[in-house]
Write a protein that binds this ligand. Structure first.
Ligand SMILES: Nc1ncnc2c1ncn2[C@@H]1O[C@H](COP(=O)(O)OP(=O)(O)O)[C@@H](O)[C@H]1O
Ligand SMILES: [Mg+2]
Length: 425
């Protein structure tokens, strides 16, 4: 009865001797045995019956006989040791049986011979479930990765939109302010001119009276002298000119700011034209290098002529502001290198400087209108916001990367052509 039970077990059991010859096979093996071996399997080496994995079986059996230790083979490493068909094709895809195999050494007490008992387990169901899970988990991972990328993209698109929105509203505000300030500046400027002339006349009159004092005598002379002294004429005369010059300087600065504000609001559109970038940058470098002599300027160009379509004044202003910043970032020796690179539908202007760089915590702020780290009077903080709005209007992109004390790279990527011409200010 015991033998019958072993014979019917739903696992494969085979016993072989030290020459690997088959002593016993249970039904699991017998049912699946190739026809030609049905009656002749006994005393035949198992490795001759199952030749495909013969070498592997031989190695394992050898180690069991030599070491007297069980040997285990897991389906993931070697899925099909015996070429059996799957008895339970779950999905219909698994035609071959997945197997776990364990070989145990057993000793026959009577004869003293050692045998090896091969246990074979059909794990097709587990294997195909495991495989399906693996596939699913891989798909999930990929989906997760895709989602993460999408979220990142959305995030950057959103901050781009917020920035663009901020720029647009600030632009409108700037245009309004510029317009309002322009009028008073006009008359204050005119009045200052007249005041300067009046002041010179008054000083001339007072100086004239002062020279005539020498010819005077008596109380009148003393009275006039006292009048000059009590009003501190000498000081007034010295100061009045300086005050007027300073005021005029101040006014010029206000005028510059208003001019920049106008640029920022992109009031002065010239309309779309073809712009030749190399020539434009050469011009720019000439202009900037006369004012900022410290850096060396280099211009490198992929092709002799690289053109984009755009509003020349906007593009010029944007590039000017960026190159100017690069030049201003060089405090002692250094270089500003501008490269023009051509892509299929775009042109990238790369402005690289070896200047002081931008601290990471400020990267986000540099495009804000009126954000500046420069001393009063030197920076208005409008350069990059103007550039940003201009490039945005051309459906281009500005990206910044910078290392403190090493330098900064600003990439301006512009489409070669403008399909829907900008007109939405
Ligand atoms: N190439 C650069 N190197 C170092 N800092 C820079 C560079 N470009 C811009 N910045 C920083 O960004 C700020 C804003 O620039 P911008 O808008 O042009 O205003 P401004 O030049 O008037 O300060 C600058 O004050 C500076 O701190
Ligand atoms: Mg600037």
């Amino acid at each position: 009865m015991f033998e019958q039970l072993v014979g019917k077990l739903p696992v494969g059991i085979a016993v072989v001797d030290a020459q690997f010859q088959v002593i016993y096979l249970n039904d699991f093996f017998l049912d699946r045995l190739p026809h030609e071996w049905r009656n002749t399997y006994k005393k035949t080496p198992v490795t001759d019956i199952f030749t495909e994995q013969g070498k592997f079986l031989k190695r394992r059996l050898k180690s069991v006989f030599v070491l007297r230790h069980p040997s285990f083979s897991y389906w993931e490493q070697r899925p099909h040791i015996f070429p059996f068909k799957s008895s339970r094709p779950i999905t219909g895809e698994e035609t071959q049986m997945y197997q776990n195999m364990e070989i145990l050494p057993i000793k026959d007490k009577e004869s003293g011979h050692t045998y090896a008992c091969i246990f074979l387990q059909d794990v097709t169901a587990q294997a195909s479930y495991f495989r399906a899970q693996q596939k699913l988990s891989h798909a999930l991972k990929q989906e997760h990765e895709a989602q993460r990328k999408l979220i990142k993209k959305l995030d950057s698109a959103q901050s781009h939109l917020i920035q663009a929105e901020k720029m647009a509203s600030t632009g409108q505000l700037a245009a309004g302010i510029a317009h309002e300030i322009n009028n008073p500046i006009g008359f204050v400027n005119a009045n200052l001119d007249t005041l300067s002339q009046y002041a010179s006349h008054l000083v001339a009159i007072c100086d004239g009276v002062e020279t005539h004092l020498f010819e005077m005598e008596g109380e009148l002379k003393e009275q006039i002298k006292a009048l000059y002294n009590s009003n501190r004429y000498a000081l007034l005369k010295d100061d009045i000119h300086e005050l007027l010059v300073e005021s005029q300087d101040g006014l010029t600065r206000v005028r510059d700011i208003v001019e920049n504000l106008k640029q920022f609001s992109l009031d002065n559109k010239e309309g779309m034209q073809v712009i030749e970038l190399k020539g434009l940058l050469e011009q720019l470098i000439k202009l900037i290098s006369t004012q900022y002599g410290k850096p060396q300027y280099k211009l490198q160009c992929d092709a002799e002529r690289l053109q984009v379509t755009g509003d020349p004044s906007m593009i010029k202003q944007a590039l000017m502001n960026i190159v100017l910043n690069a030049a201003q970032a060089i405090e002692e020796k250094g270089f500003v290198k501008i490269s023009l690179l051509e892509q299929e539908d775009t042109v990238t202007v790369k402005v690289l400087d070896s200047g002081k760089g931008i601290p990471p915590q400020l990267h986000k702020r540099i495009f804000e209108p009126f954000f500046t780290t420069k001393p009063e009077g030197q920076g208005q903080g409008l350069g990059l916001s103007v550039a940003y709005t201009a490039i945005e209007k051309h459906k281009g992109k500005i990206t910044v990367s910078s290392k403190q004390d090493k330098g900064t790279v600003i990439d301006i990527c512009l489409p070669k052509s403008q399909p829907d011409l900008i007109d939405e200010t």
